[in-house]
Design a protein around this ligand. Structure first.
Ligand code: ZN
Length: 905
């Protein structure tokens, strides 16, 4: 299997998923009950309500499809692309048929369309229809990059080398990622292995199957406090193979108080902690301090529920957290059944499994999560009770199971934050209802407040739904590499609105309203405004009064959840390329021109290279050919662009090709074709094109150099050397080089003269430090030097291209040089992204996210390039002090520039 090198995923940006500003939907003073909400980026409406049309057919799915087919102009959906996922039956007899969109047979991520039916028999009627159906898809439906390469690329998402060595990538099949024309990807669930993986969640990784680049990656499970997807329910592990007989007994809870428990009597006369009194059996396993990763595939052999010779269970059943998990699972089940008419997590009474007493890397697991099929709870530590003790936490995790079986909100960005918000809402609703806590109790809105052994509940709580956060003031513009795009960081904006509704309407009505929105209206890639519309539509279906609907709308207004909120965030930048769906591919700029790779607009869903003027004006122009291959990794010297393409050539064999083309649209030139090669680090300067080649056949790596009219030159890279950060300028080639001799690691910035055909300067790092991000600019070579122990900070240095004299532009003890920044430079300035690696003590804020900083090329104090409030990534120097970068401030990722020079904010 080829080993793909040099594909980092440190920054994964831009999703093209449900984050554009809403230009449809309710106007500034909305009617709280919209009858029709137009879709965004699709001709299919998001929501059509107020219908009462006969639906013919005994089978709800058949009747729903016939209705859609009978109104092609109203819905713009192709019934042949719809596959039934399931039918939800509400206690009032109403049916919701949920369809999944399949384009060319391939499921579309987040493509779901729902039809709501009322009445029976001849009286059956369609009441409303809505969801997300993407009408603009034209992406390919067959992969062109070999599966083995896609798998290797997926594994690169494990950034810790130790955890990557034994990592696995479970193939979940092809999927179309929506946005523009769509993008074909292969979906893997990637798990790290070994001690380095402890505490790191699995990742859902989508690798573009025609471009060979990670298109989307997010955490694969739904941990309670931090990190973490509501996976669709897998097969439930099931109860032990016994013939149980229902019984009752007692078991001590975590504090040693005796509690009555439902148990079973086994054929041998002993008793086990399994509750079979409901439609679903509830089983609680004691992991006995085994590692959480042992439970990835299910319940390991030998792990059983607590057993007792008598119906009265011993003390250990309490201290492990098993008794509390068992009681809480029952309380959650009863809430959903008695209050909302739902039988269990899957709505069908499927078995429910809890595992308590888990460790992670040899210590108590400080977490709880739903892993797609079961609840996993951390063991007691010196600071906390076992996580199963808190009913709101158990309710939160089990609600992730309900969400996975209903709206299945994608665990990323705004849809992920709604997933968390709904889990928090129901977790707390279950706790306050079961415990009889009043809604105006100051602690009612706290989450996980009862877990700490010491301190106040307020200090202990992980989140609180009464924190009054709003979109416009508080939305954190993070990249998906942090908290899956802010799923916990932004959740209380939405849950706060839901909790306000629960306080102002009566709690029972609010619970039914929010549940109906979840089960019958929300779809996987909805954003906050879609969520508002879903709750209002559910309210109308429930028959809420106009005044009640106004109360609901006011709650969302109070949290800034209304159409167009993104436009009300002040931005200190100008958009060059909106909603750049490119991931982990840096833009480039020079002489007032930019180049960037993004999914082709109006093309066939392949990655394309676009260019435009940094000074603005005009529409971005595609300069890569529309040839059914993906084109990315662009470079420019301001006159020409060079880039690499990936895909099958005319003969049908897969490989890569390097192209160059003048930015003014002159002739396209093929620089190099590489069958069975991985090509990266493409650079261009004045007719010289350089790039790195990993040849799968020979296992060799080299730097390849092309000059106009001259034969290609190969600069071999020794077996144990690694070369990164190529830079070409004024007849020189620069790079960062690492190598190992015995136990000694060495690293150097290297300069090669094209005319002389040899290395002319080498700046080795001292003391095992490593060199990265080598750049040629301003007649100098610049690089970043990072201490070997990684505890110190990186410095930015420069030297003359003849090997003389080293200047420190930014010292290692500077506040600004974080570990190993990537620099970009013009003749006048050096620019880099900076944030402290660690989470700030007070929690994440927009201020703490990565920002772009700049120093003069001779060194000096860093200045902010832009005062935008959100995350800023992958800067590319243009000329002078001008820089373009990818910016997440507006709740989506844009390529932007700022017209004024750097200055303080
Ligand atoms: Zn969660």
């Amino acid at each position: 299997m080829p080993k793909v090198l040099g594909v980092g995923t440190a920054v994964v940006l831009g999703l093209g998923l449900g984050v554009p500003p809403a230009f449809a939907g309710p106007a500034a003073e909305p009617d709280p009950v919209p009858g029709l909400v137009a879709g965004r980026d699709t001709a299919a409406p998001q929501l059509v309500t107020g219908l009462s049309e006969p639906a013919v057919g005994a089978d709800p799915a058949g009747a729903a499809l016939a209705h859609l087919a009978a109104h092609p102009d109203r819905y713009r959906v192709d019934p042949a692309q719809l596959a039934e996922l399931g039918t939800e039956r509400a206690s009032d007899g109403r049916r919701t048929v949920r369809f999944e969109q399949r384009y060319g047979g391939v499921p579309v991520l987040g493509g779901q369309y729902l039809v709501h039916l009322t009445g029976d028999g001849a009286g059956q009627r369609v009441e409303s229809v809505g969801g997300k159906y993407f009408t603009g898809l034209s992406a390919p439906t067959a992969a062109t990059v070999p599966d083995a390469v896609l798998r290797e690329l997926a594994l690169t998402s494990v950034d810790d080398p130790g955890a990557r060595a034994g990592a696995t990538a479970e193939d979940r099949g092809l999927v179309i990622l929506p946005g523009d024309t769509g993008r074909l990807a292969r979906h893997f669930t990637v798990r790290g292995a070994g001690p380095d993986a402890a505490g790191r969640p699995a990742r859902e990784v989508y690798v573009d199957a025609t471009a060979g680049v990670i298109a989307l990656a997010h955490d694969a499970r739904s941990p309670y406090p931090a990190g973490g997807a509501a996976a669709r329910a897998e097969s439930t592990p099931g109860t032990p193979a016994t013939s149980p007989e229902a019984a009752t007994g007692t078991a001590p809870d975590v504090l040693g108080r005796s509690a009555k428990v439902n148990i079973v009597r086994l054929p041998d006369g002993s008793y086990q902690l399994v509750d079979v009194t409901r439609s679903a059996s509830l089983t609680t396993y004691d992991a006995a301090a085994r590692d959480e990763f042992d439970f990835n595939g299910g319940i390991p052999a030998g792990v059983l529920p607590p057993v007792s010779p008598t119906p009265d269970f011993p003390a250990g059943t309490g201290t492990s957290g098993a008794t509390d998990a068992h009681l809480n699972a029952g309380a959650v089940y009863d809430f959903y059944r008695d209050r909302l008419g739902r039988e269990g997590l899957d709505g069908k009474g499927g078995a429910i499994t809890s595992v308590v007493n888990l460790t992670s890397g040899g210590k108590p697991m400080v977490n709880a999560y739903w892993d797609g099929s079961k609840m996993l709870y951390g063991a007691a530590s010196d600071k906390r009770h076992p996580f199963s003790v808190a009913l709101d936490v158990a309710g939160h995790e089990m609600t992730h199971g309900v969400i996975g079986n209903t709206a299945n909100l994608v665990y990323l960005g705004q849809s992920g934050a709604m997933n968390e918000a709904l889990a928090d809402y129901f977790g707390n609703a279950i706790e306050v209802t079961t415990r009889g806590t009043a809604m105006n109790d100051p602690r009612a809105a706290l989450l996980g407040e009862s877990l700490c052994l010491t301190g106040t509940p307020e200090d202990c709580a992980d989140r609180r739904m009464d924190d009054h956060r709003t979109t416009v003031d508080d939305y954190l513009g993070v990249s998906p590499s942090l908290d899956s795009g802010g799923v916990h960081l932004n959740s209380t904006i939405f849950s706060g609105a839901l909790w306000d509704i629960r306080r102002t309407l009566d709690p029972l009505t609010a619970d039914r309203l929010v549940y109906r929105a979840l089960a019958e209206y929300l779809t996987p890639v909805d954003d906050f405004v879609d969520g508002r519309n879903a709750v209002l539509a559910a309210g109308r279906a429930l028959g809420l009064s106009r005044a009640q609907l106004r109360t609901v709308a006011n709650a969302f207004d109070a949290h800034g959840i209304r159409a167009g909120w993104q436009q009300r965030i002040g931005l200190d930048s100008r958009v060059l390329l909106r909603d750049a769906s490119t991931v982990s591919i840096a833009p480039a700029a020079a002489k007032g021109r930019w180049v960037a790779a993004t999914a082709e607009k109006g093309g066939k869903g392949f990655l394309s290279v676009f260019t435009g003027a940094v000074t603005g004006g005009g529409t971005p122009t595609r300069i890569s050919p529309a040839d059914g291959r993906s084109h990315g990794w662009p470079a420019t010297d301001g006159t020409s662009a060079a880039w690499a393409s990936m895909g099958a050539d005319a003969q049908g064999s897969w490989g890569m090709e390097v192209f160059a083309r003048p930015l003014n649209g002159g002739e396209l030139r093929s620089v190099h074709r590489g069958a069975n090669q991985y090509i990266s680090e493409v650079q261009v300067s004045g007719g010289t094109v350089a790039f790195r080649v990993n040849d799968f056949g020979s296992g060799r790596t080299w730097i390849q150099l092309h000059r106009d009219g001259a034969p290609a030159v190969e600069l071999p890279v020794a077996d144990d050397h690694d070369v990164t950060a190529l830079s070409v300028k004024d007849g020189l080639l620069g790079w960062s080089e690492d190598w190992t001799t015995g136990e000694t690691r060495s690293s150097a910035a290297t300069v090669y003269s094209v005319a002389e055909g040899k290395v002319v300067a080498r700046y080795p790092a001292a003391g095992g430090a490593s060199v990265s991000s080598t750049v040629l600019a301003g007649g100098r070579v610049l690089w970043v030097e990072t201490p070997a122990d990684r505890t110190g900070r990186s410095s930015i240095r420069s030297g003359a291209p003849d090997g003389s004299g080293v200047t420190e532009l930014l010292p290692g003890d500077s506040t600004y040089a974080k570990l190993r920044p990537t620099i970009t430079a013009s003749d006048r300035a050096v620019t880099f992204g900076y944030r402290d690696g660690d989470r700030p003590a007070g929690g994440w804020s927009n201020a703490a996210l990565s920002k772009i900083w700049q120093i003069p090329i001779t060194g000096g104090t860093p200045q902010r390039v832009s005062c935008n409030r959100g995350g800023q990534y992958l800067p590319a120097a243009d000329q002078g002090t001008r820089v373009v970068w990818l910016d997440g401030s507006a709740g989506r990722t844009d390529l932007v520039v700022r017209d004024r020079p750097a200055g303080s904010c």
